[in-house]
Ligand binder design. Structure first.
Ligand code: CP3
Length: 427
């Protein structure tokens, strides 16, 4: 691409993005048509009073929200939208600075702080989606289990062991009990404006149950697995309770303005296909059925789950988010054959690639995009960004994604698959 002929332009505070020359021209023209030439398609973060001019995503004819929703809906795009799981986090010095002054839970529960750290990666790197800052364990606390976050990760000292523990769980009211999250989403939407998608999220029931039963993530969840085999009805009941609350929690996030939601099933891969189908799958189906997402995409993330993905396609989710162990071209071909549908996918660069030099990061991005031809694809990492990678690597990831346009991506190995009919409006 002739993209490298672009200028380095000041964007948002003290950082800069590399904008391809062609994109600048298009953006300038479009922005000019709407009387906001100076915006040039850049994102401008302002106060709530800021007017939001029409702002194109870098390298795209679409604004970021349209680009994101089209990719999730299986519609064609000129490039894949890109963001990173855990994009607000310790690799950013400005995040570490906030955490020196405030505890993790304080940041989660103070909308102004949650909004600030959610915006940090967007300001620094200009990705195509902003995920609200929170944690999958917040609803566990709202259901009555205290949580602490120490150096060794999260801890839930009151573990679920007996039916009485499940019975004692609260059905919480998302507005009353986790209003800080819906407030953070509403504030984020006001600040970034209608052209940028704000993402909500929750843990999937099985993954949340792992923490509620085992109390931490350190041990591989032996107690949850014991419950699965020794007290299967109790685990089912726990999963149903979590699913019921998660559906309402996600629905509240959509009502607050989230453009899409993601369900994190990080520990799905711990299960055999048989156990996944018997326990985790019906609980995710319950969440999706009860949340009435309407047209809003539901992204389902599962890790180390190559053996489960045909089942994951039955969750009711719109987009499957997969890790680096999965060949997305093969997955797409398999799912097309089994379901008759071209599946929107998210992923899947190994987060460890960001330890490499920038050319390696760019190569990994191109390889990921080649698997899908960049169509019906939300470019992401295969798991959360690691806390000790450099900001430059993260920037290389985002910028490489934003520079691979249709012509570059569509020539990839997945061209034949992408040529298959895309189910219109499949959200
Ligand atoms: O993506 C984002 O930027 C939004 C924020 C977000 C966090 N956690 C912030 C966080 C999201 C989406 C999560 C999801 C989450 N939390 C998952 C699913 C995704 C995954 O990574 O597998 C899980 C399993 C958790 C539970 C959790 N929270 C663990 C295991 C840990 C400790 C591990 C670690 O990275 O320290 C946390 C803490 C946590 N959640 C941090 C952040 C930024 C680090 C806390 C800190 O600031 O010290």
């Amino acid at each position: 691409m002739g993209a490298m002929a672009g200028l380095r332009c000041p964007v948002m505070q003290n950082t800069s993005l590399h904008i391809p020359m062609a994109v600048q021209k298009v953006s300038e023209r479009r922005a000019g048509q709407r009387g906001c030439r100076e915006s040039l398609g850049f994102v401008i973060i302002g106060s709530e009073k800021t007017q939001h001019p029409y702002m194109l995503a870098p390298g795209s004819q679409f604004d970021r929200k349209t680009l994101f929703l089209r990719a999730c809906g299986g519609q064609t795009t000129d490039r894949a939208p890109v963001w990173m799981m855990r994009q607000a986090g310790r690799y950013l010095p400005e995040y570490r600075a906030v955490r020196l002054k405030h505890s993790f839970l304080e940041v989660c529960k103070t909308p102004e702080l949650a909004v600030e750290v959610s915006l940090q990666p967007y300001r620094a790197l200009g990705m195509d989606a902003v995920i609200v800052f929170s944690d999958i364990l917040v609803p566990a606390e709202a259901m009555g289990l205290p949580i602490t976050f120490g150096d060794a990760g999260p801890e839930l000292p009151e573990k679920i062991r007996h039916r009485s523990h499940v019975d004692a769980l609260r059905d919480f009211d998302p507005e009353r009990d986790t209003g800080f999250l819906t407030e953070a989403i509403a504030q984020l939407c006001r600040v970034v404006g209608p052209e940028v998608p704000v993402l909500g999220f929750a843990g999937a029931p099985w993954t949340l149950a792992c923490y509620m039963v085992d109390g931490s993530g350190r041990t591989g969840f032996p107690d949850t697995k014991r419950m699965l085999h020794a007290q299967p009805d109790l685990l089912r009941e726990l999963l149903r309770r979590i699913a019921r609350n998660t559906a309402r929690y996600l629905q509240a996030q959509l009502a607050a303005g989230a453009a899409a939601v993601q369900l994190f099933d990080t520990w799905a891969g711990e299960l055999s296909r048989e156990d996944y189908d018997a326990f985790a799958l019906p609980a995710v189906q319950q969440v999706v059925n009860e949340m009435h997402a309407g047209k809003a995409p539901v992204i389902y993330y599962s890790k180390a789950s190559s053996h489960l993905l045909e089942s994951a396609a039955r969750t009711g989710a719109t987009v499957l988010s997969v890790d680096w162990r999965v060949d997305m071209a093969e997955l797409r071909a398999t799912l097309l054959e089994r379901t008759g549908r071209l599946w929107p996918l998210q992923g899947n660069v190994d987060p460890a690639v960001l330890y490499g030099a920038e050319p390696e990061v760019r190569t990994a991005v191109r390889l990921a995009l080649a698997q899908t031809g960049g169509q019906a694809h939300v470019l992401n990492l295969g798991h959360g960004i690691l806390p000790d990678v450099s900001v430059e690597s993260a920037r290389a990831f985002i910028q490489a994604g934003q520079m691979v346009t249709e012509s570059a991506g569509a020539g990839g190995v997945a061209g034949a698959v992408v040529a298959a009919p895309i189910v219109p409006g499949s959200v």
